[in-house]
Ligand binder design. Structure first.
Ligand code: SAM
Ligand code: SF4
Length: 326
């Protein structure tokens, strides 16, 4: 049994957000207010989350990425990973800000996590603080080191580039990838920030990133699956890899294979969906698996053709990254 939308796209990837809370307050993601989060009772329990993922695995989901908010900030995350691992996924990964990673990396590996993506938006302590509103750069670097020393390697490190904020660090990040033999991924800033500061001028196009890195170190393209978000390159003369994720300048919606579950139990068929589809009321009102499957199938069938960021009448979604989970 597989999940398919009306454009014939097979849905095989799931991003599951386990919390909207976070111990960072990155400027491109959320506002400075730390109290602005969902009440606990709105979050799906671990049992509810596992049930949804199990149902989706029965519908052909093969890749699951656990995200948030900050997934490592929710107590019980390691046991949840272990429960997901028992579902026999082809790929089980997590996106984290890395703050707590060094302390739990071994346990996550034992729980069955396959891979980790760590966000790192600056290598400069002052700039890191301006972006994340924390002084946690040393802990994040420690988390990257721990993951690189574990079976989770090669680690993917994600940087969201914002013009005027950290775009001067492209070459430093590329060097970081070479020195530490890891995958450095550059993500275009998307109109999903809570403060609504996004403008097109703040986006650093992937083509510029590639041009600048290639001016220093020749790059060799690597093969990729059509549904993969990143265009991948290795350095011609050494270790490390580059990934370019260009949702704004080179949308990849035509090959999208992803859906999302938010921490409060909503099915989201596109990052830029104007509306979510509530599954929590089904979970909490005695719905059978078959009823939940029917709801998921009908919503996925209507998955958006594309995100429309570049259309003149584009309206950013009401729910920003805080609630969606990246
Ligand atoms: N807290 C974890 C982290 O930061 O890795 C996981 C959740 S975070 C929402 C997931 C990813 O979304 C991160 O790589 C983050 O940098 C990215 N992200 C957040 N806001 C974004 C935006 N406005 N545009 C592009 N990427 C964004
Ligand atoms: Fe937290 Fe991740 Fe958003 Fe930064 S990008 S505020 S670490 S959820």
């Amino acid at each position: 049994m597989t999940l398919q939308d009306k454009f014939g796209r097979q849905i095989t990837d799931l991003r599951v957000s386990v919390t909207d809370r976070c111990n960072f307050r990155c400027v491109y993601c959320r506002s400075a207010d730390p109290e602005n989060h969902l009440p606990n009772g709105d979050l799906l329990t671990w049992d509810e989350l596992e049930r949804l993922v199990r149902i989706l695995v029965g519908l052909g989901i093969r890749k699951v990425r656990v995200t948030g908010g900050e997934p490592l900030a929710r107590p019980g995350i390691e046991e949840f990973v272990a429960r997901l691992a028992r579902l026999g996924l082809r790929d089980l990964s997590m996106t984290t800000n890395g703050l707590a990673l060094a302390g739990c990396c071994d346990r996550l590996v034992r729980a069955g996590l396959h891979r980790v993506n760590i966000s790192l938006d600056s290598l400069d302590p002052g700039k890191f603080e301006r972006i994340t509103r924390t002084r946690a750069l040393p802990q994040v670097l420690e988390g990257i080191r721990a993951a690189q020393a574990s079976p989770l390697r090669p680690v993917k490190v994600n940087a969201v580039l914002v013009r005027g904020l950290n775009d001067d660090e492209v070459e430093n990040f590329a060097e970081f990838a070479r020195v530490h033999d890891l995958v450095m991924r550059f993500i275009e800033f998307m109109p999903l920030d809570a403060d609504r500061h996004w403008t097109r001028n703040l986006v650093v196009p992937a083509a510029e990133v590639k041009r600048r890195i290639e001016a220093r170190w020749p790059l060799v393209p690597l093969p990729h699956e059509p549904s993969e978000t990143a265009r991948k390159f290795r350095f011609a003369d050494g270790r490390g890899e580059i990934g370019l994720i260009a949702p704004v300048s080179q949308p990849f919606c035509g090959f999208c294979s992803r859906i999302r579950i938010t921490a409060d139990g909503k099915l989201r068929t596109c990052l830029f969906s104007q509306e979510d589809h509530d599954l929590r009321h089904l979970l909490r009102n005695g719905a059978s698996d078959e009823q939940i499957v029917a709801e998921i199938r009908s919503r996925v069938l209507e998955k958006e053709e594309g995100h429309r960021i570049n259309e003149p009448d584009f309206v950013p979604p009401a729910r920003t990254m805080v609630f969606i989970g990246g």
